[in-house]
Design a binder for this molecule. Structure first.
Ligand SMILES: Nc1ncnc2c1ncn2[C@@H]1O[C@H](COP(=O)(O)OP(=O)(O)OP(=O)(O)O)[C@@H](O)[C@H]1O
Length: 467
């Protein structure tokens, strides 16, 4: 296998995986630092540069940040991205946040100058032979390369860190890894770190003893203990409060947990998967996330591409989301394949569910108001788009409003409840948050208090619905 998987247990240097379809350049990086002259061949699609000992290319220079920059090998060349470093990243003397680096260019990190020399081509990544991997579907090379990598890392036991924009399928990737792992018949426990207030997250993760705090009337098993033998998935790990991070680090390092209010530690055997839409490396540089915890969690990093980078999967995804027996017209599928899908696969799924029960016309008008980018059809021309058959088309609702119950195709109430809830729950949730924010002049703290939810959770909903 080309994507080398570090042996289970402790821990190799972090390299980011970002699958690509075609061969990329295979450059060398040359520089001189306190340890002397270096020449490194860049073989991974993404390489971390910095002064921390856990990064792939360690530069011994105190003016270089611990996680300073990332080099990406793309089909169109070598790119460098600054990770919020203290002294910045310069390409040919220009301060950049992300830039393409031409053959022979000079890159400066701190006072260290590196030369990038293109020489030779990398082998294209291995592709998964099928159009699905567990619950994930995809036929584009980018997704099939991801599936091949996931099948490989599923066999290892090291922590996996999944990065990607909201709605790209990070939770599904975690589920797919668990299902393809030797732990598949053991529990898969999900913790949403953004949904819980700071005072509850410890007890959620580690459990508590009876009487540990006011309201702890009985003892409680935490998520990590509940996942014993299986996998725990820490979603939105970037929202884990600083105060809880040392305890999680200790759990990862020692394979033990201590329930809140207990003195002794309990042994647990779990595999840790985590995910976030945020860049944890820049959070580390900003002091918002512990570096040691990042390296512990990100032994096997996975990057899930945004839907706009694998639009050719839209027809397959539409097919997956449609109820059995319902087909989409080729015209509408072709149009959907051209959208930017800012909310990624989740937005496409919601669109399809709405279209399947209401007709494509109403769904198009709703998704146009939901920040899905340039509309492919306005209410006036959407009649050209034959609806998903056999559902009838319905008139669009008034702008900014939800359709009344009378507007629904009655078939919606006969649909599978999970499907109904997934699409309409999201639509209702969005409308609730939109109105809540408007009522509180977008003051998130006041809005969260009024709605009785945690502020970080409300932030998450705002991001999810692009409000
Ligand atoms: N490749 C895929 N195949 C099938 N379904 C997918 C795929 N990717 C995403 N989905 C579906 O899209 C929806 C959103 O996916 P998911 O919740 O995993 O995204 P996420 O990246 O975890 O989102 P968030 O950042 O908001 O937590 C889910 O219904 C999921 O089943």
């Amino acid at each position: 296998m080309r994507h080398a998987v570090p042996p289970g247990g402790e821990h190799t240097k972090v390299q980011t995986f970002e699958p690509r379809a075609k061969a990329a350049p295979c450059p060398h990086l040359m520089w001189r630092d306190l340890r002397g002259q270096h020449k490194v061949k860049l073989t991974m699609p993404s390489t971390l540069l910095g002064s921390a000992s856990g990064v792939s290319v360690v530069i011994t220079d105190t003016t270089v940040s611990r996680l300073h920059a990332e080099i990406e090998l793309r089909e169109d060349g070598v790119w460098i991205r600054d990770l919020g470093s203290r002294n910045g990243t310069f390409v040919e003397g220009v301060l950049v946040s992300r830039a393409r680096v031409a053959d022979g260019s000079k890159v400066k990190l701190g006072v260290t100058e590196l030369t990038v020399v293109y020489d030779g081509e990398q082998q294209p990544p291995e592709l998964w032979p099928e159009e699905s991997f567990g619950p994930l579907v995809g036929r584009t090379p980018v997704m099939r390369a991801l599936f091949a990598y996931l099948s490989n890392i599923a066999k290892a036991d090291s922590p996996v860190f999944i990065q990607g924009e909201t709605g790209t399928g990070k939770e599904l990737v975690a589920q797919a890894i668990h299902e393809a792992s030797p732990r598949a018949d053991k529990p898969f426990v999900i913790v949403d770190c953004a949904a819980l207030p700071e005072n509850l997250i410890e007890s959620e993760l580690f459990g508590h003893a009876k009487g540990a705090f006011t309201g702890a009337i009985t003892a409680r098993t935490g998520a990590i203990e509940a996942a014993d033998g299986g996998t725990v998935f820490l979603d939105e790990i970037g929202d884990l409060p600083m105060s809880v991070q040392p305890r999680l680090l200790r759990a990862l390092e020692s394979g033990t947990i201590r329930r809140v209010g207990e003195t002794s530690r309990r042994k647990v055997n779990v595999r840790f998967l985590s995910a976030t839409h945020r860049d944890l490396r820049t959070m580390v540089n900003a002091g918002d996330f512990r570096e040691d915890l990042y390296f512990r969690l990100a032994v096997l990093p996975v990057s899930v591409p945004p839907l706009r980078e694998h639009l050719d999967d839209v027809p397959l995804l539409v097919e997956r989301f449609l109820p059995r027996g319902v087909v989409a017209s080729p015209e509408i599928v072709a149009q959907l394949t051209k959208r930017p899908w800012l909310g990624n696969v989740r937005a496409l799924r919601n669109f399809v569910h709405r279209a399947a029960v209401m007709g494509a016309q109403v769904a198009l008008s709703l998704s146009d108001t939901a920040g899905e980018g340039v509309p492919v059809a306005s209410a006036s021309n959407s009649a050209q788009f034959p609806a998903f058959s056999p559902s009838p088309s319905l008139p669009p609702p008034a702008p900014g409003s939800l359709p009344g119950v009378a507007d629904f195709d009655p078939a919606i109430f006969d649909a599978d409840f999970k499907r109904f809830r997934e699409s309409w729950g999201d639509t209702g949730e969005r409308e609730y948050v939109r109105r809540l924010l408007a009522r509180h002049a977008r003051n998130v703290s006041n809005a969260a208090r009024a709605a009785g939810v945690d502020r970080t959770y409300l932030y998450r909903l705002i991001r999810k619905h692009l409000l």
